[in-house]
Design a protein around this ligand. Structure first.
Ligand code: ZN
Length: 322
């Protein structure tokens, strides 16, 4: 290991329940890692202290010569990228206008940049993952919600107020389920893991999904994984739930293809692990409804970085901006 190799970038993915910290070398290789509880109820001051401790634990793991030259922090919710301020974080009580870059910068004596977690994951896939070599890339994460990020001409597209890339909140149907954003029938309410679970529950209640009903045994607690599992075992009602979500997902993909004419759409997130049963009908719907020219160009691939995408994207941003 040369001296230059021991100069690393720190990266954090701050979640509502966990803090993931990485120490990343210039090639994007992870040289140290720390995972600990956020304990978000303790409030911003305590969590910022915990982030600093976690980063130091990650760099310690990278060896005695390792040190950080900058850090990038992926945080949930809307942020002010230029000022490094978390405007609001839905799963972190008390987080309003928290100057994360300044506070952590002072604690760690390092330049610190922050990025919204979905944008950071998009950037991670673009720089180090499934999006390498693309120029126009849409990243879509399908998990409990649906989010994403937009890379245009090789640049992260943040929009006029940093709020771009809310891929889950395009309205797909009238009079659909109420969404957290205040609208009805958003993609997130129709094709996320949460939506699949809710429709699975509906199918059980209506007597349409006998194997799924047997799995949950009278409980109201149905997960997207259980719906998928029952569908794999031949439960037609459970399969119909996933195929319905897939059609909606396909309409979302069509919107992205027609508007952005991307080279590549990268799909990640927990619910995307359902795999072909979700993705094949989604792609069929996209092929049926998207415009011909952008459709011929676009490729759809699975995300490559898993749960590290956000932190790795924050690392790449910190390396570029400092
Ligand atoms: Zn919405």
């Amino acid at each position: 290991m040369t001296a230059a190799d021991s100069v690393l970038v720190g990266a954090v993915d701050l979640g509502g329940t966990k803090i993931l910290s990485l120490a990343v070398d210039p090639s994007g290789a992870v040289r140290g890692e720390d995972l600990r509880a956020t304990d978000a109820e303790d409030g911003p001051d305590a969590v910022l202290g915990r982030i600093a401790e976690s980063l130091l634990a990650a760099v310690t793991q990278a060896g005695p010569a390792a040190r950080l030259r900058a850090a990038g922090i992926a945080t949930p919710g809307p942020i002010d990228f230029e000022r490094g301020v978390v405007v609001q974080a839905p799963n972190l009580p008390g987080w309003r206008d928290v100057p994360v870059a300044e506070r952590l910068g002072a604690m760690l004596s390092l330049p610190v940049v922050i990025e919204n977690d979905a944008n950071a994951a998009a950037w991670g896939e673009f720089v180090y993952g499934a999006g390498r070599g693309a120029r126009h890339m849409i990243y879509l994460t399908v998990s409990t919600g649906i989010g994403g990020g937009i890379v245009l001409d090789g640049h992260m597209y943040r929009g006029a107020s940093g709020a771009a890339g809310e891929m889950g909140h395009i309205q797909i149907v009238d009079d659909g389920p109420l969404c957290g954003c205040g609208a009805h029938g958003c993609l997130e309410q129709l094709a996320s893991g949460t939506a699949i679970a809710r429709r699975g529950r509906d199918a059980v209640a209506a007597g349409r999904a006998p194997l799924l009903a047997a799995t949950v045994a009278g409980s109201d607690d149905v997960s997207a994984e259980q719906v998928h599992e029952a569908a794999l075992q031949g439960d037609a009602g459970a399969r119909a739930v996933i195929e319905e979500a897939a059609r909606y997902l396909g309409r979302g993909l069509t919107a992205f293809v027609n508007i952005f004419n991307p080279d590549l759409i990268v799909i990640g997130g927990g619910a995307s692990k359902i795999g072909p049963m979700l993705l094949d009908p989604a792609l069929a719907e996209m092929r049926r409804t998207a415009m011909r020219l952008p459709l011929e160009h676009v490729q759809i691939v699975a995300a490559a970085l898993g749960g590290r995408a956000g932190a790795l994207g924050a690392a790449a941003l910190a390396a570029e901006r400092t």
